[in-house]
Structures are given as C-alpha cells and as structure tokens.
Design a protein around this ligand. Structure first.
Ligand SMILES: Cc1cc2nc3c(=O)[nH]c(=O)nc-3n(C[C@H](O)[C@H](O)[C@H](O)COP(=O)(O)O)c2cc1C
Length: 462
C-alpha cells in the first residue's frame, strides 16, 4: 500500500535546479558532444558536402576504413580486479620527447578546407594538451605559421617525396630550421587512391562553385563566411595548377620512390625519422634493421589501397618480429580512447588520429580540436581505470582479445568441408555507431551488412 502526501514546495524547488543556458553556441554544441561520432554529426551539419566527404571518405568501397573501425569495435578487454587505479598516468616518451597522452595528431592535407582555422587550430590544441602535431606536405598553413601556433610544443613534419625532389628537400630543410623534431616519410602514396566521393561531388582544388555547391551552402552560412573572408585556401608549401585531389597527387608524387630516397632524406634531416604507411611484417623488419627511428603501421585511413591490411591487426606480429623495444606506432580507424588503449596493450608505442581531429575541427575550430582531445583523454583514462592499470606500461597483450564473429556459410553444409567443422565466414553484428548516432545511411552503407541468420560467436587471441 502506497502512502501518499501533498508535494512540499521546498522539495519541488530542489528538483527544479534549472541550469543557466549556455549562450555561446560553439561551446553549447561542443559540450553536448560526448563521443567522436557526436563531433562527426556536428561536423556534417556544419560543413559543405564536398569538404565533409573529402575528409570522411576513403578509397573505392571504403572497406579498408570500415574494417579498421570494425577491428577496434571487436576488441574485447580483460580487466583485472581489485587493483587500485585511482590516478592513471597517461603520459609517455616517444621519439626522444614527452607526450602527455599516447596519441598525436596525424598529418592531413588541405586542412583549412574543413574549417578555416585549419592546422593552426590543430597545432595550438596539440601544444596546449602536450601532444605532438604533424603538418602535412599538403598542408594549408606554412611550416613557420605552425611553429608560431605551437611555439613550445612538439611539431612533426610529414614528407611526400615528389617528382621534383628539390621541392621535397627544401621543405625538409625548412622544417628542420623551424625546430620540427620528427619527420614522417609517407610511403603508401605512389599514386592517389580512388576517392570516389570526391569524383561524384565534382570536388576540386581550389573548390569551384556550381549550382549544387550553392544550394548545399544555404544551410551552412558560417563555413562560407569563413571561406570568403579569410586568406585564400591553397597549399602552403606547393604550387599547383588545380584539379581533383587525385589529379594533384598523381602530378606531384613520384611512383618510383625507393629505399634510396630514404637514405637521401636521412642525410638531410637532423631529427628523428619514421616511415608512415608500413603494411606488413617484412617491410617493418627491413626498416627497423635499416635504422629508422620508428614505423607507423597505417593504410592512410583507408584512403589509398582498398581492402588493405588492418593496421591494428598487424600490430602483434610486427611487434613480435621487430622486438618490443622498436618504436611501432599505429593509425587508421581510431574513434575512441579505448582504441588507443587496445593499441598500446598490443605493443604500439604511440598512435595517431586523423579524422577524429578533423571532425572536432569542423565541429568547432580550435575549441573543437580541444574537445576531440578531451573526449579521447577521458575515454583512455576511464578504460585504463576499468582495466585496473595505473600506467601505460602496465597495459599488456593479455588485456585485449579480438572477437571473431562466425556464422555458417549459406549453402555450405558442415560435412561438405571435411572434418565435420562447419565452414564459416567472418561477419559483423556490432552496431554501426556512426550510423546509429547520426541516423546516417551513408556511414551504414560503408559497413558490412548485418546478417539475418542466427550465428555463433567465438573469442580468439589476437
Ligand atoms: C582528410 C585527410 C587528409 C590526409 N592527408 C594526408 C597527408 O597529406 N599525408 C599523409 O601522410 N597522410 C594523410 N592522411 C592520412 C592520415 O595521416 C592518417 O594516416 C589517417 O587519417 C588515419 O586514419 P583515421 O582518419 O581513421 O584516424 C590524411 C587523412 C585524411 C582523413
């Protein structure tokens, strides 16, 4: 029997603790974003389609990217209990210097296209957070201006070796003079990947106005206001004649680059040098044996070869083969701090974020990048606490396994495959987070289809 009473005004007042409304629209938007996928949704609303798709998209069927994200979603963590982790130390040493967090900002080309503050926002936010920032050869802010935006923090430079070698060498020298401490030599771009979204959108550099872009601009006035009232959007370090990104890349890049180029660059570059875009054990070993300071397992965020190896999945074997002291880093597909924790547990010394940073930038400029870093920081910290580890050094392979999702192959009776074991194929049944959060059919379309048939799940060591 429930005893009822008249509500007391004082109790009602206690319930009505209305928060003061946040009048700053950017802050309100960003505070409401709890995940990187939330930032992606805001970014999509605020950025013209061609610019958003240039960032969000990948090559061909976008399978490399979808699989990389799926591999992270398929991580199963194994916590230890009753281990105090009230405070966690997320800092690390990487390439001869400190980083407050186990990730840095990856190089991205044409960044002011996404939001006018571009690389300066990324560099300043990275500096404030105590993590490294990487400027791309195809950046839209000069080497010197990035230094100005991040005068006391760590700046890294990403190098494409171009047909005109002298252009690349001159940039290398400039970055060294400006105090950049690490060079990332990208090797996965002998030719441009097929970015089909760019083709379909008729996206070119410099951007062209068409009827479609004008209609698309109507709900995005602030982006256009920024675009039209700030310095011209162009490559800061290269002169180009215009075209699609693919055409520009193909004109500039040299498909004949080789280990000889690595030797030449090492002579010019006084700092640390790492090779970005490594995708197998053999190349990893050869590079570490050749004395590079580190390698980045990466498939360029799925923007080059489609159906490429998943960098995260390569980690355990590469680390085993090159030795746990070698500097192996990883990128592609990181959308959550837990992805970073899993990478460190499997032996990565460091990770890089590309789109996660750009979604923040598009959602809210400098403050948006701050928000990206804050979200990832919170996720890393919480995941480590829940795993019962107090420092990155305590993370071990035993903390991570990878779900393998299995279902019988349609039309393949178990006894037809010998040994009685059912023939199976990997499928995905985890929710498509991006699509769920944003109701985004396009993100869902780039993921493997959800099977209708019942299936069995198994968990296997990665
Ligand atoms: C819009 C965009 C531009 C990029 N431009 C470059 C580049 O100029 N040089 C390079 O080495 N990698 C470039 N990348 C690849 C990133 O450095 C990084 O490898 C990739 O974004 C990691 O995957 P993620 O986006 O899933 O984090 C670019 C990535 C994106 C999304």
């Amino acid at each position: 029997m429930v005893t009822r009473q008249l509500p007391k005004p004082a109790e009602l007042l206690e319930l009505m603790q209305f928060k003061k409304p946040e009048l700053n629209g950017r802050k309100r938007r960003l505070d409401a974003a709890l995940t990187i996928y939330d930032l992606r949704s805001i970014a999509k609303r605020r950025t013209p389609k061609a610019a958003f798709d240039y960032t969000d998209g990948a090559a061909e069927g976008e399978l490399s990217l979808a699989r990389a994200r799926q591999a992270f979603e398929d991580v199963e963590f194994h916590p230890s209990i009753l281990r105090p982790a009230e405070r966690v130390d997320m800092s690390t040493e990487i390439l001869g210097g400190p980083s407050a967090l186990p990730f840095g900002i990856a190089p991205t080309g044409f960044t002011r296209l996404m939001q006018t503050e571009g690389e300066s926002a990324g560099a300043a936010a990275a500096g404030a957070a105590g993590i490294p920032f990487t400027l791309s050869t195809l950046g839209t802010t000069s080497i010197e201006d990035v230094r100005k935006a991040n005068p006391n923090g760590r700046n890294w430079f990403q190098l494409y070796v171009m047909r005109d070698r002298e252009v690349s060498y001159a940039l290398t020298r400039r970055a060294a003079e400006a105090g950049f401490d690490t060079l990332q030599f990208t090797v996965d771009t002998p030719v441009a990947g097929a970015r089909l979204r760019d083709k379909r959108n008729g996206f070119s550099i410099p951007p062209q106005l068409t009827l479609g872009t004008i209609i698309n601009a109507i709900p995005r006035p602030w982006w256009w206001y920024d675009f039209l009232t700030t310095p011209k959007l162009e490559f800061a370090s290269l002169s180009t004649t215009g075209g699609t990104v693919g055409e520009l890349l193909n004109a500039a890049m040299d498909p004949t680059i080789s280990y000889d180029d690595l030797d030449v660059i090492r002579e010019i570059w006084p700092g640390k040098i790492v090779v970005k875009g490594v995708q197998n054990v053999e190349d990893s070993k050869r590079l570490i044996d050749a004395g590079v300071d580190g390698i980045i397992l990466s498939n360029h965020g799925g923007r080059q070869l489609d159906r490429a190896p998943i960098p995260f999945r390569l980690l355990p074997e590469v680390v085993r083969e090159v030795g746990k002291d070698a500097t192996v880093m990883v990128d592609t597909g990181i959308m959550n701090g837990a992805d970073i924790v899993a990478s460190i547990a499997l032996g990565a010394k460091f990770t890089l974020i590309g789109r996660a940073y750009l979604y923040g930038l598009m959602a809210g400029g400098r403050e948006g990048v701050d928000r990206t870093i804050a979200i990832l920081r919170t996720e890393i910290e919480r995941t480590m606490q829940l795993l019962g580890v107090a420092s990155l050094a305590e993370l071990e392979p035993k903390h991570v396994t990878q779900l393998t999702r299995l279902m019988p192959l349609a039309g393949a009776p178990a006894d037809a495959v010998g040994g009685g074991a059912p023939r199976v194929r990997a499928v995905s049944d985890s929710p498509v987070r991006g699509a769920k959060a944003s109701g985004d059919a396009e993100a869902a379309a780039s993921r493997p289809a959800k099977p209708a048939a019942p299936r069995a799940k198994a968990s296997a060591k990665s």
